[in-house]
Design a protein around this ligand. Structure first.
Ligand code: DX5
Ligand code: ZN
Length: 220
């Protein structure tokens, strides 16, 4: 079953509690939590205190995407704030990605790496056994509302083939420009989790959009 992870980057920051409540009611699977440090990416969002603030409002897994230069510094704070999944960019200044993934697991969270559009999947091949998920960026990170980069589909297919050939259960998550059309392409290529910011938060009916993205309208 495909999981949909709406990104609260696209929510009204003045009403974050209501946004989370809405996602609880509308059938979201995970809450995608975009952390930007104004250094790794040219934008700043929120950090562990926001995670701590929304934690009591939902039982859904909080999926923290660290777009920060020094991701290892944030493992303990996000663990304490109640995050469930932590993903770190292979392009960050973390030289010891394997150790960082082990540290995330030791803190009791699910762990994964993120690849920018320009980064080949070879960057994560030797980390797969430590990854509960791999997040493939389908836009350049930093902002919501950008267009899906079609080349991502080739990366999804190649990573799917590698994961299946090795019998791993690593999930493939896609982030950026996901709408009903690109969601279908990603699912066909082998994605498991789809992040959607603007598609969900700008929809007239977010619940219907979540079902549409998941493709469940075809199944049930
Ligand atoms: C971009 C973020 C995404 C973003 C996706 O840097 O990582 O999670 O919120 O937004 P949409 O779905 O609008 O492309
Ligand atoms: Zn993200």
């Amino acid at each position: 079953m495909i999981k949909i992870a709406p990104s609260i980057l696209s929510a009204n920051f003045a009403a974050m509690g209501e946004a989370v409540q809405m996602l609880n009611e509308k059938g979201a699977d995970w809450i995608h939590f975009d952390v930007m440090d104004g250094n790794f990416v040219p934008n700043i969002t929120f950090g562990p205190d926001m995670c701590k603030a929304i934690r009591p409002l939902t039982k859904l897994p909080i999926d923290v995407h660290l777009m920060v230069e020094h991701p290892s510094d944030w493992i303990a704070p996000f663990s304490a704030a109640g995050a469930d999944v932590l993903t770190i960019h292979v392009e960050s200044s973390e030289r010891h990605l394997h150790r960082a993934l082990q540290a995330i697991h030791a803190a009791g969270l699910k762990a994964g790496v993120v690849l920018n559009p320009a980064t080949p999947i070879s960057a994560c091949i030797h980390l797969l056994s430590e990854c509960d998920l791999v997040l493939l960026m389908s836009v350049n990170p930093g902002f919501g509302g950008q267009s899906f980069i079609p080349e991502t589909l080739r990366k999804i297919r190649a990573l799917r083939a590698e994961i299946d050939a090795r019998g791993l259960d690593t999930l493939i998550e896609i982030d950026g420009g996901v709408n009903p059309e690109t969601a279908k392409q990603c699912i066909e290529a082998g994605a498991d989790v789809l992040v959607a910011g603007s598609a969900v938060f700008k929809a007239k009916d977010p619940g219907e959009m979540i079902r549409l993205l998941r493709g469940s309208d075809n199944k049930d």
